[in-house]
Design a protein around this ligand. Structure first.
Ligand SMILES: Cc1ncc(COP(=O)(O)O)c(C=O)c1O
Length: 422
């Protein structure tokens, strides 16, 4: 049997991830690989650590990617901190809060949850009250919840955690590089990013950073793989009174040793992904964090203006909307997935459905990273209008693009620089 040459269709990807990869990143991925201890490679590792600190707005010593998709970073941080029986508090406002809960439960945590309606977020005071009541070792919370398109305010929660000596771990997979995330200023102890969303790098790495509060916990369980440990390592481990981390692959104390000058081997580093991440980060830093956040807000304004002019209703609490994900209510009588299929088949545009109670009720349109461009916003609006008309939905036609163009042609002062690419 023969197989044809790989020939994928070109798509306009307007989902909450994965999104279109910047062509510069694709080029970086075809760079010849290097050995993982080659000084040329370890120098690249150090550069990536440095760029990650800037992305996370932190002075933390530790900032490096975990190899695996975003949830690998979540699992690595949580399983390296949690010991069986530890109390963890998880505020849940969508699918990924449930994911945090599940990961903590799998590692034997005593998980306390609080839930609010999907489409809303928590008042920070409500979370703080619960923190005081539960007095957990860890508070794990999502920042940008892609399933509902909401963003949980966090700036007061970290300080409250410190008062009860709890560690704050944040999933910023969908918000990093698209919205403000101030790790040090918000007293976030550990945080996880994703590559396939606002960084516009393929899925496959999960950048994390953590501070000395988490480092202390991790070091108290520090393990060196038996086949490569020294007599000193074994001596230290013989006096260790904490249980070893239950995962080998996700044991951050071991990853830390590879990302430190000791360069102690763990798994084989995903070379081409690291090249991709480095280029993705370089693009973000060239654009500048503030400019990047402004660009995401700007295109969100055009997109939502267009959708509303089309007579569609946005889903969820407006005050806490995640700027990188826009949720739209599916008009009554319309088959949500049929509309998505037609967008893909006739226009080559991909938008997303949602999960659980929201499946079939809302569409989710991502405007992230390299996908967050004027031509994509105008294309998705025009195509959606045509497809809805085709599905017999009575909507005002011709208004959506005009509303978006009003935003795009407004006075230049408001306008961020166009997305960088070449
Ligand atoms: C907020 C959030 N957290 C975690 C994940 C899990 O990421 P991955 O699928 O890359 O493992 C996602 C994926 O969409 C997400 O949106």
């Amino acid at each position: 049997m023969t197989y044809s040459e790989l020939n994928t269709p070109l798509r306009t990807i307007m989902t909450p991830g994965p999104v279109e990869v910047d062509p510069r990143v694709l080029r970086a991925m075809s760079t010849p690989i290097l050995g993982q201890f080659d000084p040329a490679f370890t120098n690249i590792m150090n550069e990536v650590m440095d760029m990650l600190r800037k992305l996370f707005q932190t002075k933390n010593k530790w900032a490096f990617p975990v190899d695996g998709t975003s949830r690998s970073g979540v699992e690595a941080l949580l399983c390296s901190i949690i010991e069986p029986g530890d109390k963890v508090l998880v505020p849940i406002f969508g699918r990924f809060g449930h994911l945090l809960t599940e990961i903590c439960e799998r590692y034997g945590a005593d998980v306390h949850t609080m839930e609010c309606r999907w489409g809303e977020v928590f008042q920070q005071e409500t979370v703080i009250e619960e923190i005081k009541k539960v007095s957990p070792k860890v508070v794990a919370v999502v920042h940008g919840e892609t399933s509902t398109g909401r963003m949980q305010p966090l700036e007061k929660i970290g300080a409250a955690c410190r008062e009860v000596d709890a560690l704050l771990v944040v999933d910023a997979v969908a918000s990093i590089a698209g919205a403000e995330v101030k790790v040090d200023e918000w007293c976030i102890d550990g945080i996880i990013a994703g590559t396939q969303k606002c960084l516009s790098v393929p899925a496959g790495m999960a950048p994390i950073t953590y501070n000395e509060r988490i480092e202390k916990v991790i070091n108290s369980r520090k393990k060196v793989e038996r086949g490569i440990s020294t007599a000193d390592d074994r001596q230290r481990e013989s006096t260790m009174n904490r249980p070893m981390v239950k995962s080998n692959y996700f044991d951050v104390s071991m990853l830390q040793d590879y990302w430190s000058p000791r360069r102690l081997n763990h798994h084989t580093e995903a070379t081409s992904m690291l090249f991709a991440l480095r280029e993705g980060l370089r693009i973000v830093l060239e654009e500048g964090l503030e400019n990047r956040f402004k660009r995401h807000k700007f295109h969100e304004t055009a997109l939502t203006a267009g959708l509303e002019a089309m007579g569609l209703e946005l889903f969820g609490d407006k005050a806490n909307k995640l700027p990188t994900v826009t949720c739209v209510k599916v008009p009554g009588g319309v088959e949500a997935d049929a509309v998505r299929s037609m967008l893909l088949e006739q226009f080559g545009i991909e938008i997303a459905s949602s999960f659980g109670p929201l499946h079939g009720k809302i569409w989710r349109i991502g405007s992230m990273g390299f996908s967050c461009r004027q031509e994509n916003i105008l294309f998705v609006l025009s195509a959606l209008e045509a497809v809805l008309v085709r599905h017999g939905v009575s909507i005002p036609t011709g208004k959506a693009l005009q509303a978006a163009l009003d935003v795009y042609t407004r006075e230049k002062t408001e306008k961020p620089a166009p997305v960088a690419s070449s």
